[in-house]
Design a protein around this ligand. Structure first.
Ligand SMILES: CC(C)(COP(=O)(O)OP(=O)(O)OC[C@H]1O[C@@H](n2cnc3c(N)ncnc32)[C@H](O)[C@@H]1OP(=O)(O)O)[C@@H](O)C(=O)NCCC(=O)NCCS
Length: 190
């Protein structure tokens, strides 16, 4: 790897990965780098392929039900990124000149409810390596930069992974869920 040697490591890494929203991290387990960056229109096809590659279980959890129209979903995630208060972050795995999407989080601000809502997924082979938490942190940082004060999400009561991730990220159960789903929220502060 090359880069100006007098810059701090994080700054050098950001130079090597333009568009990254946080300093890229090395994934020692998989011998590659992970870059978290904002999605753009050119990502629709790769995002659709990523959604299709999720296991049925992960995909159903991500969308809280079955979705067949994955190209449409991917296009919506990216198209809405043009609106103020909406964005999609992608975790991209870079290894030997190849780039693959291995995670995504979509965020949308609800002006009436005065909070942002999110959904997230990590590719099955990369789960439980800390990526979910990293993407949540990057998403929260972006939401704070947008001036948002609260973030909320809903997940199935049976989704232990998401409930565990949300708890670790500092979310609390608002009690607004029902017998099937849990509503989680967090106040954002700098
Ligand atoms: C939920 C999800 C995004 C978590 O991503 P991840 O990269 O595996 O999460 P992390 O590795 O950052 O884990 C952070 C914490 O979440 C919790 N967690 C993650 N997976 C868990 C599991 N299978 N069971 C219980 N807790 C779990 C743990 O507290 C973990 O911290 P720890 O590893 O120190 O114990 C991932 O499991 C996923 O994509 N699931 C399918 C889609 C989905 O359910 N999306 C949520 C609905 S929007």
């Amino acid at each position: 790897m090359c880069g100006p040697r007098n810059l701090p490591r994080a700054s050098r890494m950001l130079q090597l990965f333009p568009g990254a929203v946080v300093a890229p991290v090395e994934l020692a387990e998989a011998k590659g780098m992970v870059c978290i960056r904002t999605a753009s229109a050119s990502d629709v096809e790769d995002l659709s392929v990523y959604f299709a590659g999720l296991s049925t279980s992960s995909r159903n959890k991500r969308f809280m039900g079955a979705r067949a129209d994955l190209a449409v979903v991917a296009a919506e995630c990216v198209a809405k990124a043009d609106r103020p208060g909406h964005f999609t972050l992608l975790a991209e795995f870079r290894q030997e000149g190849q780039r693959n999407i291995i995670g995504e989080t979509h965020y949308a601000y609800d002006a009436a409810a005065r909070h942002g809502e999110f959904a997230i997924s990590v590719a099955d082979a990369f789960q439980r390596l800390g990526l979910g938490l990293q993407m949540m942190t990057a998403m929260e940082t972006r939401a704070i930069d947008l001036g948002h004060e609260m973030i909320a999400g809903e997940t199935a009561r049976t989704n232990a992974e998401m409930r565990g991730l949300a708890k670790k990220a500092g979310f609390r159960d608002t009690g607004l869920g029902d017998w099937q789903s849990v509503h989680l929220a967090k106040h954002l502060s700098r």
